[in-house]
Design a protein around this ligand. Structure first.
Ligand code: ADP
Ligand code: MG
Ligand code: ZN
Length: 520
């Protein structure tokens, strides 16, 4: 794709703060639950009373290792904590405990798809652990602020990217992919609006891809992917304007104002902090051995890219469908559960399962039987997969979006949709009726079989019954029959329509066609 800023090029590096999904805080046993009454989840440790000592939460380390492995970084056997000193009302200790010189993860990468359809690997510099600060609340009082320390001591991972991104779209893709991976790993819930995933963007511009990097500005207060992208675009334009009129960029931190769509200076180099980093005296070095890393590695789930590849090869899905369905682990799980149900219902058996359970019990070649069965079913199940993919990514998602409901709270669970699609695959109902039934299921939570039975929606697949309907229609329309026989073959559609009307749309279309041709 053509770079609209020609001859200029953007250079972007992101610093992402991810709140870790632990039940308790990083150095004490207080809860990390979001949304509690202010200052109800604090203790002498996270409120930084004098004389207390931090104790590192084991789960934090496990999740950090998991993240490092999932993002293909190097887990360091030895890492250390430092104190980063600064004064702010929401930081009761007067310093933040963070990993500085010795982070727990070095390197790593995130693969993104670019606008021209290629895949690009964005390097990660490091991932380190640190504590979150509290929150200042300014609403409802004048001339003062409330301080809520519930968040103080919540474990954070800071994930720092290399300056590898070249456009706001790439930055957006990077964040989406990173968020998906963190969610698959279940290390962070990735909710940017609630602040459990936060992003600062470093932006500079240069004259073309060969030029040296320019001076960067750091943008803060970006609480959605859309705002990250808007802020980056705006900032690059600002810098280009300055440089083209002969000015110079000063390295500074700028605040994004989403309402006005501009960035403004927050602090420049002169008031840049001297954080006086020094080793945290109350915590020993963090040592992680190979056995522990291996144990965590054994718990890694299949990640989005791997799952996307498998969806393409195993189910024969298009890149696009596989991409949509693997965006979230829950959606991918939903799809697979639904497909299992269709395939099961399609074979019509509990029976076969019983048989294979029987085989297993007798220790007879389960693998043999299993693989033969698997092969025979591949084409059929790929056909099912495409139908299920379409229903999940179009019919289901459209209804969920309309109602603002998450996939995990879908009124129609995966297995139930699977049973509806099994009725469709087995020819009991038509595609049109299936959509109607799905609407009812969505509203009432009823079972598909019950809806079909109660409303008599079963497709008419009974040869004798359908023949009767056909003959009645032919008798009632002798002129059309004569015209058809005289060569007006287009009239076939007319007869189909008449029978469909008579059967209220329930005639099995293939069977109907066959009978009509025969009788005509
Ligand atoms: P600091 O420690 O001051 O935050 P770092 O060197 O760690 O500085 O870089 C922070 C972020 O800035 C990283 O994400 C990095 O990719 C990005 N970055 C560094 N140089 C540039 C540049 N010239 N333009 C844009 N981003 C940059
Ligand atoms: Mg930084
Ligand atoms: Zn506490």
């Amino acid at each position: 794709m053509k770079n609209p800023l020609e001859p200029w090029e953007m250079v972007i590096g992101l610093e992402v703060h991810a709140q870790m999904r632990t039940r308790s805080k990083i150095f004490c046993a207080c809860s990390t639950r979001f949304g509690a009454e202010p200052n109800t989840q604090i203790c002498p440790v996270c409120a930084a009373f004098p004389g207390v000592l931090p104790v590192l939460n084991r789960e934090v380390v496990t999740l950090a290792i998991k993240t490092g492995l999932g993002l293909q970084g190097e887990i360091r056997g030895h890492s250390e904590f430092s104190r980063k000193n600064y004064f702010y009302p929401d930081l009761p200790a007067g310093y933040q405990i963070t990993q500085y010189e010795w982070p727990i993860v070095l390197g790593g990468q995130v693969a993104i798809n670019t606008a021209d359809g290629r895949s690009r690997r964005i390097g990660l510099t490091r991932i380190h652990l640190e504590v979150d600060a509290g929150k200042s609340l300014h609403e409802g009082i004048s001339g003062a602020s409330w301080i809520d320390l519930n968040r103080t001591g919540t474990p954070l991972m800071e994930i720092v990217s290399e300056p590898d991104l070249r456009s706001s779209e790439e930055a957006g893709e990077f964040l989406k992919k990173l968020r998906a991976i963190l969610r698959y790993l279940e290390v962070c819930d990735g909710n940017m609006e609630e602040g459990s995933l936060r992003c600062d963007a470093n932006v500079s511009v240069r004259r073309g891809p060969e030029a040296p990097f320019g001076t960067r500005c750091e943008l803060k207060n970006l609480n959605s992917i859309r705002n990250v992208m808007r802020a980056i675009d705006h900032e690059a334009e600002r810098q280009i304007e300055i440089l083209e009129s002969g000015g110079r960029i000063d390295q500074e931190t700028r605040l994004w104002d989403a309402d006005r769509g501009v960035t403004r200076t927050m602090r420049d180099k002169e008031d840049a902090h001297d954080y006086r980093y020094f080793p945290e005296p109350d915590l020993p070095p963090l040592v992680v051995d190979a056995a522990r890393i291996a144990a965590v590695a054994a718990t890694l789930p299949e990640l989005p890219d791997a799952r996307l590849d498998r969806f393409r090869t195993e189910y024969g899905l298009s890149d696009y469908d596989a991409g949509v369905l693997t965006m979230s682990r829950e959606l991918a799980d939903y799809f697979e559960e639904c497909l299992r149900e269709v395939t099961r219902g399609d074979r019509g058996d509990a029976k076969r399962e019983e048989n294979s359970a029987e085989r297993e019990r007798h220790g007879a070649g389960k693998d043999q039987g299993g693989s033969r069965e698997g092969q025979g079913d591949t084409r059929e199940s790929q056909g099912n997969a495409k139908v299920v993919a379409n229903w999940v990514s179009v019919e289901l998602l459209a209804r969920l979006n309309r109602d603002g409901v998450e996939i995990t709270a879908s009124p129609v669970p995966a297995a139930r949709l699977g049973r509806l699609l099994a009725l469709l695959a087995g020819g009991s109902i038509s595609g049109k009726i299936a959509k109607e039934v799905f609407d009812i299921m969505f509203r009432s939570g009823e079972d598909p079989e019950a809806i079909v039975a109660a409303r008599g929606l079963n497709q008419l697949s009974d040869v004798a019954a359908l023949e009767k309907e056909v003959l009645q229609v032919l008798e009632a329309n002798p002129r059309e029959v004569a015209a058809y026989r005289a060569g007006k073959s287009k009239l076939l559609g007319f007869f189909v329509g008449q029978v469909m009307r008579a059967t209220r749309g329930k005639a099995n279309p293939e069977l109907l066609n066959r009978i009509l041709l025969e009788k005509l």
